[in-house]
Design a protein around this ligand. Structure first.
Ligand code: PHE
Length: 418
């Protein structure tokens, strides 16, 4: 596993300075783990790296380090969400440590696997905050999991930054909860605008994972905006994440004769839906949200996903210099793999946090909270980030098309907030 070896090399400097017996390291990300009652802690890398940082870069500081936490789905049906986010965070840490750290200290990372489960997410954050005593928590990706764990950070006065949870309720938990991504009222608008203006769709079907706050919220926002722009929602069908057979819902959608099928779910289900939709003769474009963003989508769906679109935070083929520099560094660190939007958002969340620590001149909760809240025009890979009074980021969305063989996300257009 080249990816894991590279990650180990990258993170060696964090591992050795963990204050509480083993901060971070490389997730055993590729192997599903058996369920346990406590959150799965990722284990420190076992071997020393083959290659350290390039000779010209200054060594990371050797004194006590600053411990931050990450909770994410490192296994399960959304495993790439947590894995990519983890990689993005680790890249940011290795870069900042190579430049002398933050406030003169190295950054160390403690990470837990949520397995995509809300109960595990809450337990993970309780451990991070109460036992590990991290100064900030990064995560989760899935809105439902951020909603489950956010109150723990809020009550403890430990800032939490979700890189990528887009449901509006996440930051409504309280004044210690932030995100560096846009929210779904905007993402739903972007999808509806694209469907009406670019795809010229008049009638849409919506297929919703009723078990995910993200999917339910995004479906509502898409539908509202699609109708406001003169379109019709011919049918809304539900499923529960993890389902295997979508025949009933897709048959109803076929009967409705729509121009586009909006599926605001996560990639494993979307991949399965795409295959079954094409098999049933549904050849309309499918349109989704950021939950599609995983290289697994094309692996599951193959050709069935070609010619479909989703709204996202970033596209790897954007010519922007910041994006291309990030991709170059990420590929060098992680065995040549192209970062997805989650990796970019994890990287941005960590870097924005480090900048806030420097401005606060402390990692004490309240002061750090205030500094994160004051973030203005931070130059992220996923766009320029200003934290608004509701602790959200106002940013543009991109629309990508799954195109080519095998299909890869390809930049189509940018939708800016009005
Ligand atoms: N926005 C999704 C949610 O809130 C998570 C996600 C973000 C998934 C970015 C993929 C890419 O649940």
């Amino acid at each position: 596993m080249a990816t894991l070896v590279s990650a180990a090399a990258l993170l060696a400097s964090c591992d050795s300075k963990a204050p509480s017996g083993g901060a971070s390291a490389v997730p055993e990300a590729t192997q599903p783990k058996p369920a346990e009652s406590k959150p799965a802690e990722t284990k420190p890398a076992e071997s020393k790296p083959a290659a350290a940082a390039p000779a010209a870069t200054p060594a990371a500081p050797t004194g006590p380090s600053i411990l931050i936490g990450h909770f994410g789905s490192l296994t399960g049906s959304e495993a790439t969400f947590g894995q990519s986010t983890s990689n993005g965070i680790k890249l940011a840490i290795s870069q900042v440590n190579a430049k002398g750290g933050v406030l003169g200290k190295a950054i160390a990372l403690k990470e837990y696997d949520t397995r995509g489960d809300a109960g595990e997410a809450k337990l993970a954050v309780e451990r991070l905050v109460k036992s590990d005593k991290v100064v900030t928590v990064l995560g989760e990706v899935a809105s439902k999991l951020s909603l489950a764990a956010g109150p723990v950070c809020q009550e403890a006065g430990v800032p939490m930054i979700s890189p990528s949870s887009t449901n509006p309720k996440v930051t409504e938990i309280g004044d210690y909860i932030f995100r560096v991504c846009f929210i779904d009222p905007f993402q739903g608008l972007a999808g509806a605008k694209f469907a009406r203006e670019n795809l010229k769709a008049q009638k849409a079907a919506v297929l919703v994972d009723q078990a995910q706050a993200y999917a339910v919220g995004l479906a509502e926002q898409f539908s509202k905006n699609f109708v406001a722009k003169g379109g019709t929602i011919a049918t809304t069908q539900n499923y529960t994440g993890g389902a295997q057979d979508f025949t009933a819902q897709l048959t109803s959608i076929r009967g409705a004769g729509v121009d586009v099928i909006y599926i605001p779910g996560y990639y494993t289900d979307v991949g399965n839906i795409a295959i079954q939709a094409r098999r049933l003769g549904l050849n309309q474009p499918m349109l989704g949200g950021d939950g599609w963003d995983s290289e697994q989508l094309a692996k599951i769906a193959g050709d069935a996903i070609e010619g479909s679109f989703y709204t996202n935070h970033y596209a790897p083929d954007q010519p922007d210099a910041r994006v291309q520099e990030f991709i170059r560094d990420y590929k060098a660190a992680f065995g040549g793999s192209t970062p997805d939007g989650l990796a970019a958002l994890g990287y941005d969340a960590a870097k924005l946090l480090f900048a806030a620590m420097e401005r606060a001149k402390t990692t004490e909760g309240k002061a750090l909270r205030d500094a994160i809240a004051a973030t203005k025009d931070f130059p992220g890979v996923t766009g320029t980030i200003t934290i608004d009074p509701n602790r959200n980021a106002t940013k543009a969305a991109v629309v990508v098309e799954m195109s080519g063989n095998p299909p890869v996300p390809t930049y189509v257009t940018t939708v800016t907030p009005q």
